[in-house]
Design a protein around this ligand. Sequence first.
Ligand SMILES: *Cc1c(COP(=O)(O)O)cnc(C)c1O
Length: 404
Amino acid sequence: MNDLQKRQQRQRQYLEQTDIATQAVRAGSVSGIEQEHNDAIYATSSYVFASAQEAAICFGGKHEGNIYSRFTNPTVRAFEQRIAAMEGGERAVASSSGMGALTSIFLGHLKQGDHIVSSCSIFGSIISLFDNILAKLGISTTYVSPSDLSAWQAAIQPNTKMLFLESPSNPLAELGDIAAVSALAKSVGALLVVDNCFCTPILQNPLALGADIVMHSATKYIDGQGRCVGGVAIGSDELMEPIFGFLRTAGTTMSPFNAWVFLNGLETLGLRMQAHCQGALKLANWLQDQPQVERVYYSGLESHPQHQLAKQQQRLFGGVVSFEVKGDQNAAWRCIDATQLMSITGNFGDAKSTITHPATTTHGKMTLEARALAGIKDNLIRVSVGLEAYADIEADLAQALHQL
Ligand SMILES: *Cc1c(COP(=O)(O)O)cnc(C)c1O
């Protein structure tokens, strides 16, 4: 080990005792780079060896070295190390997208005949994954309301191997009690997987609350500027190994360029989340007082039925606010079309404020009954509060609502 490597090793050990804000900037290094100030992109598909014997040892899995970038890549590993530190997990496995991470989690851990209990308020594509793809492989899913603990309990079957929860949910900010659902999972020998996209590790650490695996779509706040698609699973070494095993064979791998974008995104995530959350809280309070607004969904409001739980398991309340306008789908569309500043898109977690009509876009593929069960009405609008000046965001919605 040279002097620089020794110093870097000391730094890695020191980081274990530091705050999440420090870990977000410092944890995980792109190994192999010497005297490089910034994290670099390893744009390589494969790696060379000093000898035939070294190649044989690496391929045999007896040595940590890189073989091929479908399996490992130094830039991707740096991203994995940084987010693992921030979530308080032993190891992370990065994927091509949030859905790639979920596919790797489910197919890495489940087999034909297994059963999943899932919150009904989850990202739309995950419902397609459960109902159209996993179902075809003989893995069945029962849906329950995330906040109804007795429903979770009642849905357990002898073959239940996994519980799946997104908290807070999209778009209605419904919470699941992670500690309570985790206790139920443990009591029946199942794994609890938590989708932590909306909170990011800055607001909520599901592993500390008892979850076994936490996942993110890095596409959202972790990137934060709408550039790349990516995902990641985090947990113990033991639980990550089958996920990695699936990924290296199935190829749901993150690209080094995307890993580099996310690695840099993590450095500003704490400051950005504070700004997103501050704006969202102000906007939710303001929306409550508008005559054209029927109802506001935001866990930071005292009127939210799970405000206490949100205070317990989250540090802040998130950057997304949903609200129903008075009227039907037509009124919601008119309000969306009347905004001048916001981007009309399905994405959230961007520096730019975005506005979405969930019933016809992100949740448009759900059956009418499933959408009704999830409580997503035709007059619902979702706003992801961006980093523009708050007064401009409010003014944009004010003039849009005024036209109803
Ligand atoms: C976007 C999203 C996903 C899927 O992630 P992709 O990166 O789009 O594949 C999963 N869960 C939630 C809550 C999301 O918002």
